[in-house]
Design a protein around this ligand. Sequence first.
Ligand code: SF4
Ligand code: SF4
Length: 403
Amino acid sequence: MTFIESLTILIGLSYIISLLFWSGKRWGAGIAAATLIAAIIIANSMVMFTAAAIAIPILALLNYRYKQRPFNAKINTCRSVCQHLLCLSLFIVAIQYCINTIMMKMALTPIVTRPDVVDAFLPIAGGISLRAIVEQGYFDPHHPAAAVMLGVVLLTGLLCKRAFCGWACPLGLLGEYLYKLRTRFISKEYRPPNWLDWPLRAIKYLLLFALLYIVMGMPTQGLVGYLQSPYNKIADIKMAMLFVAPGLITLAGFAIILMLAAWRKQGFCRYICPYGALLGLLSFLSPLKIRRDCSHCLIESKGMKCDKCTRACPAGIIVHTKTTVRSDECQACLRCVAACPSKAALGLRLKNGYQLNPQGLIALLLILLLALPLISYLFGFWDSQTPWQMREYLLHNIHRIGM
Ligand code: SF4
Ligand code: SF4
């Protein structure tokens, strides 16, 4: 595990301990801190010790700030900080990955190691790897993090709807910036009519089914062969080549994605992203949903006109007339909750009324996104076992390697 991966994990998990501590769950914080320290000791890695030495003072600072300014439902700030920090971490990871690959391309010994979290961008390898684990008990040694991260993202969908899209996805954040940039020059909203919106939303499901066809269509006997193939060993570099040397079709695809993101809020997530489609389907199973308590909503309790929640929703969901938001487009972003003037009216709740506050949602998301990779690492299923010399050899022969 690289330094930036370790630092991201340790800061995120330390933040959860901080939340537990200052919300009065001292025992929970103590147990979580002891578990984290045990994990660092078990890992016995200089990189992780160094990351801990940096993360712990940051944790102390967070504790201090939290004590000084108690969290008071600053939901949008909270989400924005979470998105930007994860995005910054991925940006540093991308730079490290590029340096590693460029040095191999120049036949030099890489001065930095390859960050394995980049395998999160290999959903097909991850899907095939998960199948190989379930059907054949075979663990892919080349991109183990692909299976881990795919499993983690699927779990987030099952437990907390599309919170991954709303709180963690770097592409979602990029889309937000593109949309804001566009509205600075052209302020008009261009929303398609319903008869066009529905078929456009179906595109992401078609892309998802195409990916599922590739993953599920492979015969069981072929799974291990694929995972051991030269193509799989450098699948990440093949993916990176799409960005470094895109063909005409790839460029056209990128242009469509950028235009959709700029056209409307969450345009890319809504129409194209197959991950969003998968999480949208899983989100129907999530016990947590945005639920409106009519006895506190200003419409029913005071007979007032109010649709602030609906107007705040970037996914265009009509919230103020529903008691439960079941839409596959809901990203659990909690913007509707932040906009609601009656604080008890709206929340991310279980059917029995238990409400997960924003801190709870962040904690759940970070546990899934960071603790599971840490556990995988401790069990030896995170770092790629492909020697860099082999990657270098395959990289120099990349044009002869096909699926
Ligand atoms: S319904 Fe609420 S939580 Fe869901 S996408 Fe809309 S604003 Fe976000
Ligand atoms: S913003 Fe709150 S009070 Fe207003 S309609 Fe929505 S749930 Fe009811």
